[in-house]
Design a protein around this ligand. Structure first.
Ligand code: AP5
Length: 219
């Protein structure tokens, strides 16, 4: 399957993507995680992306699209993928359509996670991420690590993301509404959008997402 995951910052895209990718046996491709890996490795791409991320803005399309394309061309993504954080505006969505069309491929679904704004703010404020691997995500209240400040999965140090400061979060939400939400209508016109309520326990949301992707009526 080829799936795009969309939802506001803090909606739980990364959290759900980890379970959905495992259930569906497809790689989880997060452009945010790819940028953060480049930042921690000190690459030129990471240096370029950091200023945009810290300000809550989108990294320019040409850089982002090239990075996403390169990742989608890796051998593990040939049988499908779960995209998290890409595309993030209509021009990225059009670029993705072109890429897929060139390979005679198409998307199967766009999974839209719906979460009220006051809840995403709480989720972001309490999020803690592993320094070794930014897909290892915790929450001080909702998903606390066994030992404070230490990643359960690999023992890495947990920290608060630079772009999780309150003023940056406000900017990220504004960017989501103005630039990312329009892709939902773009994909709705292609009949691809499945919207689920992403409130409740993580495993309940995963079950709802799996039902929606299977096309169950009750989803
Ligand atoms: P990115 O890393 O993609 O951030 P985001 O979209 O803002 O999403 P988040 O990572 O903040 O949240 P999430 O939805 O994954 O939530 P999570 O699962 O962590 O992008 C960061 C930046 O990179 C962008 O601002 C931009 O600058 C740049 N960028 C990335 N892609 C780009 C692109 N395509 N183009 C241009 N620029 C790009 O969950 C949040 C918290 O809630 C966690 O603590 C978790 O434990 C908790 N939680 C999750 N689910 C639940 C639940 N059901 N109940 C209670 N708590 C929960």
């Amino acid at each position: 399957m080829r799936i795009v995951l969309v939802g506001p910052p803090g909606a739980g895209k990364g959290t759900q993507a980890a379970y959905l990718a495992k259930n569906l046996s497809i790689p989880h491709i997060s452009t945010g995680d790819l940028f953060r890996a480049n930042i921690s490795q000190g690459t030129a791409l990471g240096k370029q992306a950091k200023a945009y991320m810290d300000a809550g803005n989108l990294v320019p399309d040409e850089v982002t699209i090239a990075m996403a394309k390169d990742r989608m061309e890796q051998p593990d993504a040939q049988g499908g993928f779960l995209l998290d954080g890409f595309p993030r505006n209509v021009s990225q969505a059009e670029a993705l359509d072109e890429m897929l069309k060139a390979e005679s491929m198409k998307l199967d679904a766009v999974l839209d996670l719906e979460v009220p704004e006051d809840e995403v703010v709480k989720r972001i404020a309490g999020r803690r991420v592993c320094r070794n691997e930014s897909s290892h995500v915790f929450h001080v209240t909702y998903a606390p690590p066994k030992q404070e400040g230490v990643c359960d999965t690999c023992g890495g140090e947990l920290y608060q993301r630079d772009d999780d400061r309150e003023e940056t979060v406000r900017k990220r939400l504004e960017v989501y509404h103005t630039q990312t939400e329009p892709i939902i209508d773009y994909y709705r016109s292609q009949g691809l959008v499945v919207t689920i309520a992403a409130l409740g326990k993580v495993e309940e949301v995963t079950e709802r997402a799996m039902s929606a992707l299977r096309g169950d009526r009750a989803a």
